[in-house]
Design a protein around this ligand. Structure first.
Ligand code: NAI
Ligand code: MG
Length: 505
């Protein structure tokens, strides 16, 4: 029996079973301990207490997994025997299994990350299943072209081929979903995979590996090596037989990945952070904008790469919008993600993340900002966990650290503006460019701004929508490449141009 606080939802028997088992690496279709014998602990961020010990992969284990994936790619049935339709069927079957075990995956992500179970059950897990379904349709549709070249007598066509062995490194903010975003297109394109989940949230990735096994994927197509970023993650990036690295996480680590991939020049795609501007115009439907702007930043506790963390409000409605948001922020029910009476937000993921966020809050206050809502770590019953009050800052200028740097927590900087051209320039004055959004009822303004904002995604009178079919990624230092949609198929394939002399000239 796994002991949980009495206020928690009852664990699904399958979660009980899973938690009390060993958590080994999944390599070549087998569950094996790390060769060093080492394990690391993953915690419940709502209480700071032990959740599970997980095998800690290092260079040796990564090498094993890469060898397995290489062999599966070069010589296994995945690429050499299965038809595109058969690969589709396997991916679709995986989506079925994710749906069948939705409760289990949702409880595991809620326990490991801290977010509410209703969020993982209603958002993270169904979106993950949908993602696999969308890409299950792709294997039979990845086409090349016949190219009307001008070289006399020559026939030219292109084919799209899988890149090979993909090392996929994912973060802890949406453990299952971020893995799905990468795994699904990589599989659809015919690659073999080593997944390195975040050290804070390794559990759903291991459960997913079980589902791969049940679905009947050939061994070596999908491997999971949990472990620390600077060891297991770095080993994947440096490994000469890894052809491609797909990464979601911090800009600092992305820079390291780009540097250490220089020796092998492997393919890299990066989905990084943001400091996304959210602009409320006076002509907006303000009630809608107030709710939208509140959840644009506090959704997932601000631990979203697209958090609307720079809020620009047209001066005549500034006080009304900020007061409306502050009123809502104070009422947000924050508590353990597995609490029977479900909260709206859970804790942040770790002590480290809590310290970072509180450091930013202090820097905001030291620089002259005022917290009109929140600003404190939460105490009382919640003092053992990593709980932060949803926080709204005013008296902020664009140059302050909290207005420029990604906080990745429930903290928003609200700043007034007078001139629409000026606010556009301020919105774009960021090294990031992942997402941007605004609220207005003026159609001309909407189209003008949508074109002028430097961001991979623009939301108008809404925030946060993503879909497996729509490309997602960053301008500037928010990343390289686009995930989702057909763009992700490009990200996981190489194009080959083939010439034949037809002898007709
Ligand atoms: P991180 O970038 O260190 O971790 C993300 C993933 O990269 C994890 O799986 C980690 O193990 C791995 N990793 C770490 N160092 C690595 C290395 N040297 N080589 C290869 N892989 C490595 O992010 P962290 O420390 O968890 O969070 C720090 C900040 O990063 C957050 O406060 C936030 O600003 C940003 N972040 C952004 C995310 C996004 O969705 N864009 C997700 C997570 C963090
Ligand atoms: Mg954890």
């Amino acid at each position: 029996m796994v002991a949980m606080p009495s206020e928690y939802l009852a664990l699904d028997p399958e979660v009980e079973r899973f938690l009390s088992n060993e958590h080994n690496l999944y390599i070549n279709g087998e569950w094996i301990p790390a060769q060093s014998g080492k394990t690391f602990t993953t915690l419940d961020p709502s209480t700071g207490s032990h959740l599970a010990d997980v095998a800690e992969g290092d260079q040796v284990d990564v090498d094993c997994a890469v060898t397995a994936a290489r062999k599966a790619f070069d010589a296994g049935p995945w690429r050499n025997k299965l038809t595109a339709a058969e690969r589709s069927k396997l991916i679709w079957r995986l989506a079925d299994l994710i749906e069948e075990r939705a409760e289990v995956l949702a409880q595991l992500d809620s326990l490991d990350n801290g977010k509410p179970f209703t969020t993982t059950r209603d958002v993270d897990v169904p979106y993950s299943a949908e993602h696999f379904r969308y890409y299950a349709g792709w294997p039979t549709k990845i086409e090349g072209a016949t190219v009307p070249v001008s070289a006399p007598g020559m026939f030219n066509y292109t084919v799209r081929e899988p890149i090979g062995v993909c090392g996929l490194i994912v973060p802890w903010n949406y453990p299952l979903l971020m893995a799905a975003w990468k795994i699904a297109p990589a599989l659809a394109a015919g690659n073999c995979i080593i997944l390195k989940p975040a050290e804070q949230t390794p559990l759903s990735a291991l459960y997913l590996a079980q589902l791969f096994e049940e679905a009947g994927f050939p061994p070596g197509v999908f491997n999971v090596v949990p472990g620390f970023g600077e060891i297991a993650g770095a080993a994947l990036v440096e490994h000469p037989c890894v052809d491609k690295v797909g990464f979601t996480g911090s800009v600092e680590v992305a820079r390291q990945i780009v540097r250490s991939s220089a020796d092998t020049l492997k393919r890299i795609s990066l989905e990084l952070g943001g400091k996304s501007p959210n602009i409320v115009f006076a002509d907006a439907d303000l009630d809608n904008a107030i709710v939208g702007a509140t959840w644009a930043v506090f959704g997932n506790n601000g631990q979203s790469c697209t958090a609307g963390s720079r809020l620009y409000v047209e001066r005549p409605v500034f006080d009304r919008v900020v007061e409306g948001m502050a009123d809502q922020a104070r009422k947000i029910d924050v508590g353990p993600g597995m609490r029977i009476n479900q909260p709206q937000l859970g804790p942040v993921v770790s002590q480290e993340q809590l310290d970072r966020i509180m450091g930013y809050v202090r820097s905001g206050i030291n620089d002259g900002g005022t917290a009109v809502a929140g600003g404190q770590r939460m105490g009382g019953d919640l003092s053992a966990g990593y709980f932060v009050e949803p926080t709204i800052f005013v008296d902020i200028s664009d140059e302050m650290r909290i207005a420029k740097e990604e906080i990745f927590g429930p903290v928003v900087c609200a700043m007034p503006f007078d001139d629409p051209n000026d606010v556009l320039e301020r919105a774009n004055r960021s090294e990031y460019g992942l997402a941007a959004g605004f609220w207005t009822q003026d159609l001309q303004k909407a189209h003008r701004l949508a074109g002028a904002l430097q961001a991979g995604t623009v939301w108008i009178n809404t925030w946060g929508c993503t879909d497996a079919a729509s490309p997602f990624g960053g301008y500037k230092q928010s990343g390289h490449g686009r995930e989702m949609g057909k763009e992700a198929i490009d990200l996981y394939t190489e194009v080959k141009s083939i010439w034949i002399d037809t002898g007709t000239r």
